[in-house]
Design a protein around this ligand. Structure first.
Ligand SMILES: NC(=O)c1ccc[n+]([C@@H]2O[C@H](COP(=O)([O-])OP(=O)(O)OC[C@H]3O[C@@H](n4cnc5c(N)ncnc54)[C@H](O)[C@@H]3O)[C@@H](O)[C@H]2O)c1
Length: 378
């Protein structure tokens, strides 16, 4: 494996390759960490020491030129996804790439079609799908336990940029990030909504940038960092929300924010059907709150602690109620990636899912401009 970009996600991908065989011993492939790329020397040294990469390089092209590398993680800032993703596919490397794939729908589609033409697999970092409680929710919905789904709310609210002195990192600049919270968090919401409730048919959306200027950082920085440099403009949206009509006829709302004071990774959904409802909060990842059947009014949601049998839970813990982690979701994603390489089928979120999410967020951006409902069905 090669890893391109050794920030937060590069570290999580590297760890996942090291851990995946412990949790999924049936995998036909055993990943070996060969080459890692990042312009920051300290991160390269750290990756070699911590994860045991055989080689590191400043230049991502060096990873693709390495004949020992058969598959790559693309965990750079979003502006590099299209160039690196297309080049990786053309070099015959399978791709595990972070969301959003590229800065817009055209870039996501370019990576997806390059991978399809080259016959390489492409897994995408829509990790919330992999939570066992989400798998259980999907099963309950598909089996009709909620009756017909009527309406739903999806929220991806964060406070990572709530501090007005939060550093002006690449995430706030159009050239490096494209959109703001639309690509960063709304892409997860759009994917999760489609994964659970089927295709989105149309959206009408609004957006706002509440903190228009931020201090420039002195060097490479995390998006949680506080800085004190000269103020520069924030070029993309802090908050976005839309009403959505699903192809099924269900209605819903999606909301994403990076500036919600008090909301740390407040991600989840509430889904209502004619005969039941369910709710999930990422911060209580193993708990699905469910009400199915038995009456229509004055019901409560009951907490179900998911356990073995729900998604890939059994690969991590032996009994319900034992907590799994965010990093475990990435180990599940890594297992899906390796399975795809072996059998050519999709296991978990793949590049076409990123194209669908990017089309949904592009439709929201168009609705910001026009104020109109935008159809996604064509
Ligand atoms: N799935 C998720 O939950 C999730 C969470 C966070 C980030 N992401 C996505 O992952 C990607 C990376 O985000 P992050 O939080 O890890 O960012 P980060 O800023 O922590 O890391 C990015 C790394 O890429 C490196 N880099 C920059 N230019 C490079 C180049 N030319 N070649 C190689 N490396 C280069 C930087 O030095 C940095 O170390 C983004 O697309 C982001 O949207 C996904």
């Amino acid at each position: 494996m090669g890893v391109i970009g050794l920030g937060w996600m590069g570290r999580v991908h590297s760890q996942s390759y090291l851990r995946v065989g412990h949790h999924f011993p049936d995998l036909a492939l055993a990943p070996r960490l060969v080459t890692a790329a990042d312009p920051v020397a300290a991160l390269r040294e750290d990756a070699a020491r911590r994860y045991g990469f055989a080689r590191t390089t400043v230049d991502w092209a060096g990873v693709l030129a390495d004949a020992e590398v058969e598959a790559v993680s693309i965990t750079t800032p979003t502006d590099l996804h299209v160039e690196v993703g297309v080049a990786a596919a053309r070099a015959g490397k399978h791709i595990w790439i972070e969301k959003p794939v590229g800065r817009d729908a055209a870039e996501a589609a370019a990576v997806q079609s390059a991978a399809a033409e080259a016959g390489v697999r492409g897994t995408v970092g829509f990790n919330y799908r992999s939570a066992p409680a989400v798998a259980r929710a999907r099963e309950l919905i598909a089996a009709g336990h909620l009756g017909t789904v009527t309406h739903a709310r999806f929220r991806f609210l964060g406070d990572y940029a709530a501090h007005p002195m939060g550093a002006l990192s690449w995430r706030f600049v159009r050239a490096t990030s494209g959109s703001g919270v639309l690509g960063d968090l709304m892409s997860h919401a759009a994917d999760l909504a489609r994964h659970l409730l089927g295709p989105l048919d149309a959206v009408v959306a609004d957006q706002a940038t509440f903190i228009p200027e931020r201090p420039t950082p002195s060097g490479a920085t995390s998006h949680y960092a506080i800085a004190s440099g000269a103020l520069g403009p924030v070029e993309n949206e802090d908050w976005a929300a839309c009403l959505v009509r699903f192809a099924s006829g269900a209605r819903g709302s999606l909301e994403a924010s990076r500036v919600s004071v008090t909301d740390q990774n407040n991600y989840g959904f509430e889904i209502h059907g004619t005969e039941g409802a369910l709710a999930w909060d990422f911060r209580r990842m193993g708990e699905l709150r469910v009400s199915t059947g038995g009456g229509y009014q004055n019901l409560s949601l009951a907490a179900e602690h998911v356990g073995p049998g729900a998604g890939e839970f059994a690969a991590f813990q032996p009994g319900a109620g034992i907590a799994m982690s965010y990093d475990d979701l990435k180990v599940i994603e890594a297992a899906g990636f390796l399975r795809s390489i072996v059998d050519g089928a999709a296991h978990g979120p793949v590049l076409i899912d990123a194209v669908h999410a990017a089309r949904a967020t592009a439709a929201m951006a168009e609705s910001f401009r026009t104020g109109a409902w935008i159809s996604l069905s064509t």
